[in-house]
Design a protein around this ligand. Structure first.
Ligand SMILES: NC(=O)C1=CN([C@@H]2O[C@H](COP(=O)(O)OP(=O)(O)OC[C@H]3O[C@@H](n4cnc5c(N)ncnc54)[C@H](OP(=O)(O)O)[C@@H]3O)[C@@H](O)[C@H]2O)C=CC1
Ligand SMILES: CC(C)(CO)C(=O)C(=O)O
Length: 346
């Protein structure tokens, strides 16, 4: 069987995983290409990847200019791999024409490939409001991939892992909870992971995606934010003892919020224990010249994922009454920069 899949957000992550999905030979991808529509038509995309190899002039099955144009059919999966910047546009607003194609009889699954905490909230709210129970999956990518040459090339170096899982209804989603089917969610997660595996990438189905997301945001809320505020690479931050201490202190704050937000379980105790902070720091190459994507966005003058990466943690901190003084300072500092980046968009 061939799955029709729509991809919104044809950047580094979107293109890499769309290519993998299509290389499974069991998926047809419709890609919404915004700034790179013309480039895709004229040149296709060159992919140079340590996991899927080198592919010249790849073009997805169908390339369209807008989400509205893509919404002419039902899809098995709607994949969103834009940067998550609700300060510019909420995910529900970006994919609204596709959401409008959903009905109580459709099995369409929404997949969010984005960093951050609470990135699924507005989609679940929308489904609840519309009395729908479609599965929502999200993925945390542990990969270093970049789109370069004006959208003509994607590079991916080193290891790649995509941890995926489905989101359970939240307490406020009473209508979604009655429509949601855990069996369907598990089945759809399996299908998506199988397609990615067949396309030579390394998906991992998480028992509990919330735990996996908190584990991932530990890195983003600390390294990404401190590197961005100091405009320094990972090695430069690690070489500065006070900044190194700050990284650990931020991670400890995130861990307090994570443990207060999640139902207690052996997995939470295991994956989100304080000792993980030192392990994360020691795992980094101390001389790394790597720049987190938040800093890369700043340097390119693009809005950063402040709300998704820091705002999401702060929302959960407020809801659970956990004090996060360092994250508050980080958030305020990043928002000063973000205001400049948003400019007229505000
Ligand atoms: N790159 C990486 O190595 C990693 C990234 N991530 C996460 O993955 C997510 C995606 O990141 P990444 O691929 O790097 O991002 P990119 O900036 O490379 O790509 C984002 C893409 O989304 C498109 N887009 C944005 N808004 C819209 C819209 N309204 N309609 C249509 N297209 C839109 C952009 O198009 P346009 O060019 O027109 O703006 C761009 O092609 C982020 O959450 C990031 O934090 C996680 C781990 C690693
Ligand atoms: C942790 C990392 C580097 C992906 O592996 C990332 O998420 C980022 O740069 O934003």
């Amino acid at each position: 069987m061939t799955d029709e899949i729509c991809l919104v957000g044809f950047g580094a992550i979107g293109a890499l995983y769309a290519c993998a999905l299509e290389r499974s030979s069991r998926a047809k991808i419709t890609s919404v290409c915004r700034s790179n529509y013309q480039t895709m038509h004229e040149h296709g995309l060159m992919i140079v990847s340590d996991c899927i190899g080198t592919i010249d002039a790849w073009r997805p099955h169908r390339v369209v200019r807008s989400v509205a144009e893509a919404a002419d059919r039902q899809y098995s999966f709607i994949v969103c791999a834009t940067k998550c910047v609700p300060e510019v546009k909420k995910t529900t607003d970006i994919i609204l024409p596709l959401l409008a194609t959903l009905s109580s009889s459709s099995d369409t699954t929404i997949v969010l490939l984005q960093n951050g905490i609470g990135i699924e909230d507005d989609i679940l709210d929308w489904l609840d409001e519309h009395n729908l129970g479609n599965t929502v999956i999200s993925g945390c990518a542990w990969v270093d991939t970049t789109m370069i040459d004006g959208g003509k090339k994607v590079t991916q170096h080193g290891n790649e892992k995509l941890v995926l899982g489905y989101h359970r209804p939240q307490a406020s989603h009473t209508k979604y909870a009655t429509r949601f089917s855990k069996n369907t969610a598990i089945k759809q997660l399996d299908v998506f992971c199988d397609l990615l595996r067949a396309g030579s990438t390394n998906p991992e189905a998480a028992e509990d995606i919330d735990i996996a997301r908190w584990r991932k945001v530990l890195w983003n809320a600390s390294f990404s934010t401190v590197c961005t505020l100091t405009r320094a690479n990972v090695g430069e931050v690690l070489a500065t003892p006070t900044a190194r201490t700050l990284l650990v202190e931020i991670m400890l704050e995130v861990l307090l919020v994570a443990r207060a937000s999640l139902p207690p379980s052996p997995a939470v105790t295991d994956v989100l224990s304080d000792s993980v902070c030192i392990a994360i720091i020691e795992h980094e190459n101390q001389k790394s010249v790597f720049k987190p994507s938040m800093l890369v966005d700043l340097e390119a003058g693009r809005p950063m994922e402040v709300e998704a990466i820091v705002g999401g943690v702060l929302k959960r901190a407020k809801a659970t009454g956990v004090a996060v003084p360092r994250l508050e300072v980080i958030y305020a500092g990043l928002n000063v920069i973000q205001r400049g980046l948003l400019g007229d968009r505000q």
